[in-house]
Ligand binder design. Structure first.
Ligand code: ZN
Ligand code: ZN
Length: 295
């Protein structure tokens, strides 16, 4: 075993910022073919793929990776989990130029002004927004998608991916690095988005370790909450089968009321067929009380 030092982000970039080293990581991963455990390649098996590099120069680069991205065993060299994660990131298209779409009609009339809401996918970022009043429905983090031919399928995949991140944040975990996150309420005007009067506040979640940040309305944060899911299903709608922008309570703050600001207590009320579900959310964004009533 090689002793492994903690690697600062800039040192990690420097370590793989060389073509031969990047290729070593790729070759060790490709041998795995996306399945099974990573194989062990002897020095000569590995070096066979690097004809044009002198063997001492090749060995120099290989040894730089050992301990961080590559592991040396008795039988040879094997990619470490860090090397697999790096390879997935590069293969997934994080650093590729991605295709863009023309505005796609999402089939929704803006809750604020009635105009047809559109989605665009550009440089890996999905933005669903009203072209007339600028009300923002969704802006994703960069999600690389290589195929944009089927627009409905693209929207569906990006919506699901966005909600998968939402669930991690809801459970107090950074979806990028699994560190614990911090939550707090912020007035909507302080968020780095176009502000319309249908939004009052966001739950702001941030990860101190990797710098990930998220702004979510109280309604959207509850879209996957079991009480909301079962209430909506009992009234004939499964929120998991609909796009998130089809839910007005998640896309505006019309059904959200601030009960107190110190500490923060926020209520949301959903009404379907004469029945109302009320949820009370605390300053961490957790549901503290729920009531269902009719009439
Ligand atoms: Zn609008
Ligand atoms: Zn993080």
């Amino acid at each position: 075993m090689t002793e492994r030092d903690d690697l600062a982000p800039e040192d990690a970039f420097a370590l793989v910022g060389d073509e031969t080293r990047a290729r070593i990581i790729r070759v060790l991963n490709e041998e795995r073919d996306g399945k099974g455990a990573p194989p062990v390649l002897s020095f000569s098996e590995l070096y066979d793929r690097f004809d044009e590099v002198g063997s001492s120069q090749f060995n120099y680069h290989l040894q730089k990776l050992v301990g961080h991205f590559v592991e040396r065993t008795e039988d040879g060299y094997r990619v470490r989990p860090e090397g697999m994660a790096l390879y997935r990131t590069l293969r997934g298209g994080t650093f590729r130029r991605l295709e863009s779409t023309a505005p796609i009609d999402v089939g929704l009339n803006c809750y604020c002004c009635g105009a047809a809401v559109t989605a665009t996918y550009e440089d890996g970022v999905l933005t669903v927004q009203c072209p007339d009043c600028d009300h923002l429905y969704l802006t994703s983090t960069r999600i690389p998608s290589r195929s944009v031919d089927d627009e409905e399928a693209l929207l569906s995949r990006l919506d699901q991916f966005d909600r998968h991140k939402l669930l991690a944040f809801n459970r107090g975990v950074c979806p990028t690095c699994a560190h614990a996150i911090e939550s707090r309420f912020v007035p909507a005007a302080e968020a780095p988005f176009p502000h319309t009067e249908e939004r009052d506040l966001y739950l702001h979640r941030s990860c101190e370790r990797c710098g990930n940040v998220d702004y979510v309305s109280v309604g959207k944060s509850l879209l996957e909450h079991p009480a909301v899911v079962s209430f909506l299903r009992e009234h004939g709608t499964d929120p998991r089968e609909r796009f998130q922008w089809e839910f007005e309570f998640a896309m505006t703050d019309r059904f959200t009321t601030v009960r107190s600001r110190d500490p923060w207590t926020v209520a949301i009320e959903l009404t379907r067929d004469g029945e109302t579900l009320e949820l009370i959310v605390d300053e961490e964004g957790s549901v503290r009380e729920r009531t269902r009533s009719t009439g």
